[in-house]
Design a protein around this ligand. Structure first.
Ligand SMILES: C[S@@+](CC[C@H](N)C(=O)[O-])C[C@H]1O[C@@H](n2cnc3c(N)ncnc32)[C@H](O)[C@@H]1O
Length: 350
């Protein structure tokens, strides 16, 4: 059974205090059932990579627990393609706070219930548009939009513990900025929070999908953040979107605030540096892993992304960002508010 929330939060605080990484992106596979236009994983033949067993997740999770508790984002590939995803979540939830990032295709009411029962900290369902035509085209799969919406509803209904959070996770691209407000509302109608991250060319080698740098994106997003309580992205993170779209944000904390484990147990400072691992989860001690991550010069000067996992974690090392993240970390507010603050329109419960 997953340990009580306060214990894990204390352990997470300990990890942060001792300056160990508090966020781990753990790629459970690289197989994917989608062919997203803005991600190359599916045609890079990465799906052939070996995958860790539940026993290896257990050993690895226990080793990481020597640092304290860690927020673990289980992604890929498509994590729900793994038939043992419930066992993976259950084993990691013994010490850590596991999230799943999914396209939602394989979600069912039963699977959502099993994952919530297993101690899932939260789920992020990827949805980039407010309509099926554009989302399905972007994801290369007819029906993607409807299934993702259904997944939000499955998980919202399946929530078992107060802390369990359901997120609508959006990539800001070249043609969806004007849909963000409607997407926030659609998330609220389904009891979900809304989060956003800018497109990065690192997954495609092309700027084709980059949102235009109008210089007003941050202001627009922060205004929406003020009006919609279910818009969860940290204001510090949002305040730097303009900079991210205009050359990049310096000071990357990859390896210090967060890191990546790939589907073979190799450890790198972030997912985009997975081809240059600095350690292996099963060959090195927890302390050695932290030491090697800190020593890797790769993130110095890197401004190639402003992913959620980077910006939300770096916010915790900034006084304003930390303050704004406190309610998210301290309160078990898994259920997203459905009301609109200071706006004339209201969001109705779905
Ligand atoms: C690589 S996917 C893997 C998990 C799962 N298959 C999914 O679609 O959510 C992880 C996250 O990265 C996002 N993503 C994919 N390509 C991206 C890009 N080029 N820039 C920013 N985010 C991207 C996806 O939308 C998703 O939220």
């Amino acid at each position: 059974m997953p340990r009580a929330t306060p214990h894990k939060k204390m352990q997470l605080f300990r990890t942060w205090l001792t300056r160990c990484p508090i966020w781990c992106a753990w790629q459970v596979n690289y197989r994917c059932n989608f062919q997203c236009r803005f991600c190359n994983y599916w045609h890079d033949a990465m799906g052939d990579q070996p995958e860790l067993s539940v026993g290896q997740f257990r050993r690895g999770g226990k080793k990481l627990a020597r640092l304290g508790s860690v927020l673990i984002s289980l992604a890929g590939g498509e994590p729900l393609m793994r038939p043992d995803i419930v066992e993976i979540v259950a084993t990691l939830a013994e010490w850590h706070l596991p999230f799943v990032t999914t396209n939602g295709w394989f979600s069912t009411p039963e699977l959502a219930e099993e994952l919530c029962e297993a101690g899932l900290w939260g789920v992020s369902v990827s949805l980039d548009y407010d309509n099926a035509a554009q989302h399905d085209a972007q994801r290369g799969r007819p029906g993607a939009f409807e299934r993702a919406l259904a997944a939000l509803e499955h998980f919202n209904r399946a929530r078992k513990y107060d802390y369990q959070r359901v997120n609508w996770m959006c990539v800001l691209v070249d043609d969806n900025l004007d849909q963000i407000e409607r997407m926030i509302q659609m998330a609220a109608e389904r009891g979900a929070y809304f989060m956003v991250q800018p497109y990065s060319s690192q997954k495609t080698g092309s700027d084709r999908f980059k949102c235009a740098n109008s210089g007003t994106v941050s202001r627009h997003l922060m205004d929406l953040r003020r009006r919609y309580p279910n818009f969860l992205s940290n204001p510090y993170f949002l305040s730097k979107f303009d900079q991210a779209l205009n050359g990049g944000v310096p000071g990357c904390m990859a390896g210090r605030g967060f890191f990546n484990i790939d589907s073979t147990g190799d450890i790198a400072v972030c997912v985009e540096h997975r081809h240059s691992p600095v350690a292996n989860l099963f060959e090195h001690s927890a302390q050695e892993i932290v030491k090697r991550l800190r020593a890797d010069p790769a993130p110095r000067g890197c401004m190639a992304c402003w992913y959620n996992c980077r910006g939300e974690i770096e916010a915790l090392y900034n006084p304003v960002g930390l303050l704004k993240s406190m309610p998210t970390f301290l309160l078990d507010r898994g259920k997203a508010p459905r009301c609109v603050r200071g706006a004339s329109q209201s969001v109705t419960a779905g």
